[in-house]
Design a protein around this ligand. Structure first.
Ligand code: SF4
Length: 380
């Protein structure tokens, strides 16, 4: 039994998390970007010290899977040589920052300022996070964070507590962000070491001077070419090390996003690399599937093989959530259709969560497929 099995915190590289396929080592890219050399080092480390599988998390971090207790120290040494490792667990835990992939030089400077300020924050819950969303319009509104730096309608910086529609004007980013974190602590935001800003705001407790509205947020971008470069998606946010090697060979800066996509900075061409999705109409993008068996120890069945089997047969616009157990990690809220693994098969739930009452029980993959292929079949 190792102390890494403690739950209720976000894993990092120095403090990995045990999973069904070994240790999960989460790398938080400094300032939300990777140089080609860093991307190449991660791909190499994933092959040498893990099982070669790399996840892109909902907080724009990279996770190496299949690491062992023996290979972990060597992995850390390799990554440290490429400036991808914090000096200690405490610093790593505090560096919970998502930076918009669409940015100018000012945003990169602000990211450095905020990163330095994070080491001077009061003691905060492990999942407490920040978003630096200072492109012309916010794009990180769907990301799970607690304090957001955005631009107001007039272009000035604002600091907005998650869950509240308005923010404070920023005078000095580091000072103001630390002050808002202290306000959160002082106003009862933490209970038993846990707590989120939106929950505190929902109680009607709001920081002072929140008077400025953010600029109108943009919808989540689709894969394809954008003014800042090419946005490429990964099925279920996962790739093999070979794909990251090929990306590194393009010699471009990579910016991980919380949308299970990577921005290839500055290119005007979509790359043709196996494992990347560049077509926004690819039906696999309409399926949300958690890790499932065998990599998740709690899983009662497969998720992603089933997703690949079903994707070509989805009706236009149809979405699907496939969960390895009733916990529903990948889509905790209700979905139009959910398939939850049960062991013998998958339960089908309409307009509910992975643990709601199913309308059909223990379907085999073939039974689900037959249903989809049947002439005039209603949507699942
Ligand atoms: S929903 Fe269940 S099977 Fe899927 S990742 Fe979460 S705990 Fe594992």
């Amino acid at each position: 039994m190792t102390t890494w099995e403690i739950k209720g915190w976000c894993p990092g590289a120095l403090r990995p998390m045990q999973s069904g396929d070994g240790l999960v080592v989460r790398i938080r890219p400094p300032l939300g970007r990777l140089s080609p050399a860093q991307a190449s080092a991660i791909a190499q480390a994933a092959q040498a010290h893990g099982n070669g599988i790399i996840d892109l998390s909902a907080r724009a971090n990279l996770q190496l899977r299949g690491v062992t207790e023996t290979s972990h120290p060597h992995l850390i040494d390799n990554l440290r040589a490429h400036s991808l490792i914090d000096p200690d667990i405490e610093t790593e835990t505090l560096r919970n920052l998502i930076v918009t992939p669409f940015r100018d030089a000012e945003t990169t400077q602000l990211a450095a300022t905020l990163t330095a300020a994070l080491t001077r924050m009061p003691s905060l819950p492990g999942k407490f996070g920040f978003a630096l969303d200072t492109g012309p319009r916010p794009v990180l509104s769907g990301a799970s964070v607690d304090i957001r730096v955005e631009r107001g309608e007039d272009g000035r910086l604002i600091l907005r507590p998650d869950g509240h529609p308005l923010g404070q004007p920023v005078t000095d980013l580091a000072t103001d962000a630390i002050a808002m974190a202290h306000w959160f602590v002082a106003n009862g935001g933490i209970t038993n070491g846990r707590g989120r800003m939106a929950a505190l705001i929902a109680k009607g407790i709001v920081p002072p001077n929140c008077t400025l509205a953010p600029a109108e947020p943009l919808p989540t971008p689709a894969p394809g070419l954008h003014p800042d470069g090419a946005l490429v998606a990964l099925a279920f946010g996962q790739m093999r090390a070979e794909t990251l090697h090929a990306l590194a060979a393009l010699n471009l800066e990579l910016r991980p996003t919380p949308w299970r996509m990577l921005l290839l900075v500055g290119t005007t061409e979509l790359p043709a690399i196996p494992g990347l999705i560049t077509d926004p109409e690819d039906p696999i993008l309409r399926i949300t599937a958690c890790t499932g068996a065998p990599a998740c120890p709690q899983a009662l069945g497969d998720t992603r093989n089933l997703a690949r089997l079903l994707a070509p047969h989805l009706a236009p616009g149809q979405t699907l959530h496939i969960s390895g157990c009733p916990k529903g990690c990948a889509h905790p809220t209700a979905a139009a259709t959910t398939l939850t693994a049960t062991g013998p098969g998958h339960d089908l739930i309409r307009n509910g969560t992975a643990h709601d009452t199913p309308s059909l029980r223990n379907l085999s993959p073939q039974a689900i497929l037959d249903h989809l292929k049947a002439p005039n079949a209603p949507h699942l």
